[in-house]
Ligand binder design. Sequence first.
Ligand code: ATP
Length: 323
Amino acid sequence: MATQAQTPLIETLAIEAKGLVKRFDDTLAVDGVDLSVPEGAIYGILGPNGAGKTTTLRMLLGIIDPDEGVRRVFGHDRPHDIARLIGYLPEERGLYPAMKCDEAIAFMGALRGLPLDEGRRRGRELMEAHGLGHAVDRQIRQLSKGMAQTVQLLGTLVHRPRLVVLDEPFSGLDAINQGKLEVMIRELAADGVTVIFSTHVIHHAERLCDDVAIIAGGKVPYAGSVDAARDRIPAQVRLETRRAEGAWCTALPDDARHDPKKDGSHFWYFPLPAGGIEALLKRLIEGEAGVLSLSIERAGLHDAFVEIAGAAAAKAMKDEVPA
Ligand code: ATP
């Protein structure tokens, strides 16, 4: 069928999905997902195991069709029409064990329309650039798991896609290779490539993403910027005073947590009052509280996740700590 270019709903979006639903027999895997991925963003799909991340990514890529809803990738209703613009690292890793690394990379590129010779040349170049030059002529079966995963990632990128979709890319990598992957993702975004990845580790999304979709039980209770998610929770004030009481105490919320220390100082913890920090500080100074230190701590994405998706979903995420 002829490729039919469509006008994007909003030109700057790489992906737009509305009301995606997917059922597998009795399982409602995805239940009305909306998301918008701006072009050039690093976008995280964040949720515990079984939340619906892989199913969502597969629908976005056109590997499976939604039962309901629409998705557009660079304005196209049929993602297959623009497969050459997309690189995809599936959750199930796997390369042919007997292939040499440069061949494996070239093979993946060929599946996305890149001539094999050019794929081999780029494959060798990419392996050199990522510190694997010594292994170019090795067979996949001779690589460590982390190296094989890196080779598969290079194969995902070899045709120079405009959109890169990575399903749990950090899983199975040690801390050093996780760090290298972070650098690669940032470099792709700096080159204008849109990167969307799924993860069940909040820390990865917090460090890397501009925007996230939080997914739990097939629904997306939040999709938007990481900053806006964090701002849903008031910043916390940490105050240290010399005195334990005085008229200045009325400047603190009634439920401020008081933590007296053995050295005679007093710590207080409470949400930033609506009047702001300057008004608070003025009352503390005028009331001679003896301010020793005062800091404002912004909520992290983990706290925002608990607020948005609930403690149970957060606990399911928490068990997975980065390597
Ligand atoms: P994980 O991180 O564990 O891969 P996920 O967030 O990617 O989880 P999905 O793989 O999308 O979650 O699965 C969502 C739900 O749909 C789960 O309950 C899963 O068992 C179910 N599911 C996914 N694919 C299929 C399938 N092909 N047939 C039947 N059920 C499926």
